[in-house]
Structures are given as structure tokens and as C-alpha cells.
Design a protein around this ligand. Structure first.
Ligand SMILES: C[S@@+](CC[C@H](N)C(=O)[O-])C[C@H]1O[C@@H](n2cnc3c(N)ncnc32)[C@H](O)[C@@H]1O
Length: 280
């Protein structure tokens, strides 16, 4: 363990798999124990990475989700931040192997301001908050809020409220690895309250996905500047219907069939949980 490693510097820091010596097994463990494809896909469907935007992944670990986002939309700029140089090394190697360019930055989630990253369009984080002490959960959310541009979106996947006896029982496996003190607030449903306290005006738990290690919740929230009043599940509607209702300006919608980029932008807006569409 080198002196720079967060474990050496911060007794409250918990590494990816609970103990530093397990980090090399992280990807296998997550694939085996969390229904990884299911929840990562659900998160990605809400993020909708789009050309030209900057997306920040806080506590990116071995980079699996950052790589997924960049693969989905190579024209988006993706930045992964994590305090652990060992996981970042794994992330870098995976991205190089995949031929994908991601900006990796070594920092704690509460140190985003000093990294100079931002403003970003979307801030995402997966499986990080459950293993942080309460003050750190708060500090990371405050830092994410400070990094987002007005109207930007926050998207989180993590072990959330464990609502059934079975899920609480299964979640104990994670609690034994990552510690009860840090994980219990998540199991008790603290996250939405922390989002609100950090200034995220609207928080929606979009899904709670049962896994062999407890339920993983997908949350989507947005800070300020967006048109949050219009919170429709419009992905059920076609863009034509939306245009008919006057929700989109007609020429742009008509252009969608011809202009791939415009089409992508509209996909982003109409699938976005809060429809924080730009007023251009
Ligand atoms: C369980 S892993 C999740 C990694 C990745 N996000 C994923 O979805 O696979 C938790 C990660 O959070 C990082 N982490 C722990 N405390 C952190 C903090 N205070 N700020 C930022 N990252 C932190 C760890 O280094 C680890 O890589």
C-alpha cells in the first residue's frame, strides 16, 4: 500500500470491494453478485449520453460504467473520478483495450472543486454512497451539485432502501464487507433525503432492482434551471404526438428523420426523466 493510497490516508475510506487486497476481483464479484447488466443498463437508459455533453462518473472504480457511456455515445466527453490509484489503473487498462478515451482523475468525491472539472451536463455515480460515511455521502453530493451546470442531471445507482426482509437479509453480505455504519443509512432509505439536502430539487427512485446482495435503486434527480414541472413518462409517446401537443417545435421534429444529431438530441430530451429541455 503506498502512502498516496486513500486507505493509508483516510481511515474512513472503503475500497471497491471492502478490502484493498480484493480489488483485483472487483469486476468478477460485481458481475456475479449484483445482476450487473440489469442495473447498469437501467442506469444507462436514464443517462442517455449525448454528443457534446460532458458526463462525470464519481467513484468510477474500474471504469465499467464510464466505458459503457462512452461506447454508447463516442461523441460525449466522459470523465471518471476515483481516489484509488489501483482501480484507476484497472480502468485505464480496460479503456485502452477497448480503444476508448476517457479522462481519468484521481480524487475523492468531495474534492471535485479542486480538480477543476466542470461544469458538467450530467453527474453519475454507481455503488459508491453505500460505502461512504454519512458526512462523506453529504459532501460528495454537495460537490456533485457544485459541478453540475444549471439544469444538469444527477443519476445514481446504489443499494438503496431495503424494503423486504429478504432484501435486508441479502444486503448483510455487503454490510459485512463495507461496514454496518456506512451501509445502514442506505438500507434505511436515507439517500433521497440527502439528495434533497444537497439542493437537488426533485428526486425520483425510478427502479428498485432485487439482486443477490440486496436491492439496487436507480435514482434520477436534477438541480435547477430545468422545466421540472413537466415530468411525463413521455417515452411512451412518439415525437409526432409530442409535436402535436406543442411540446416540441415542429420544424425540428420534422427534421428528426433526416438529421441524426437532432434525432439524438430529441431522444435525450423526451427520454429524460425530468424533461429539462433546453430553451433555445
Ligand atoms: C463499489 S465501487 C463502485 C465502482 C464503480 N462506480 C462501479 O459502478 O463499479 C466504489 C468505488 O467508490 C470509490 N470511493 C470510495 N469512497 C469514495 C469517495 N469518498 N469519493 C469517491 N469515490 C470513492 C472506491 O474507490 C471505489 O472505486
Amino acid at each position: 500500500m503506498n502512502e498516496r493510497h486513500p486507505v493509508a490516508q483516510n481511515p474512513n475510506y472503503v475500497p471497491a470491494l471492502g478490502r484493498p487486497e480484493l480489488t483485483g476481483f472487483y469486476d468478477h464479484a460485481i458481475a456475479l453478485l449484483t445482476r450487473e447488466r440489469r442495473w447498469r443498463t437501467a442506469l444507462l437508459e436514464l443517462v442517455v449520453p449525448s454528443p457534446g455533453e460532458t458526463i462525470l462518473d464519481v467513484g468510477c472504480g474500474t471504469g465499467s460504467f464510464a466505458i459503457m457511456m462512452k461506447r454508447q455515445c463516442p461523441a460525449a466527453r466522459v470523465i471518471g473520478v476515483d481516489p484509488d490509484p489501483v482501480v484507476l489503473e484497472i480502468a485505464r487498462a480496460k479503456a485502452i483495450k477497448a480503444g476508448i478515451a476517457i479522462g481519468w482523475t484521481e480524487a475523492m468525491g468531495d474534492e471535485l472543486a479542486r480538480t477543476g472539472i466542470g461544469p458538467v451536463d450530467k453527474a453519475v455515480s454507481s455503488l459508491v454512497f453505500h460505502q461512504c460515511p454519512l458526512p462523506m455521502k453529504r459532501a460528495i453530493l454537495a460537490a456533485m451539485h457544485g459541478t453540475l451546470r444549471p439544469g444538469g442531471a444527477l443519476l445514481i445507482a446504489d443499494y438503496g432502501e431495503q424494503r423486504s426482509r429478504t432484501m435486508r437479509f441479502l444486503f448483510r453480505q455487503i454490510q459485512r464487507l463495507d461496514g454496518f455504519e456506512n451501509t445502514q443509512p442506505n438500507a434505511d432509505g436515507v439517500l433521497p433525503k440527502l439528495f434533497a439536502a444537497a439542493g437537488f430539487e426533485r428526486v425520483v427512485e425510478r427502479q428498485s432492482i432485487p439482486t443477490p446482495t440486496g436491492s439496487i435503486s436507480i435514482y434520477a434527480s436534477a438541480p435547477n434551471g430545468g422545466n421540472y414541472g413537466i415530468c411525463l413518462h413521455v417515452n411512451m409517446l412518439t415525437c409526432g404526438q409530442l409535436a402535436a401537443q406543442g411540446l416540441f417545435d415542429q420544424p425540428k421534429v420534422e427534421n428528426m428523420g433526416r438529421d441524426k444529431h437532432a434525432s439524438h438530441e430529441y431522444q435525450n430530451w423526451y427520454r429524460h426523466p425530468f424533461l429539462a429541455w433546453p430553451r433555445r
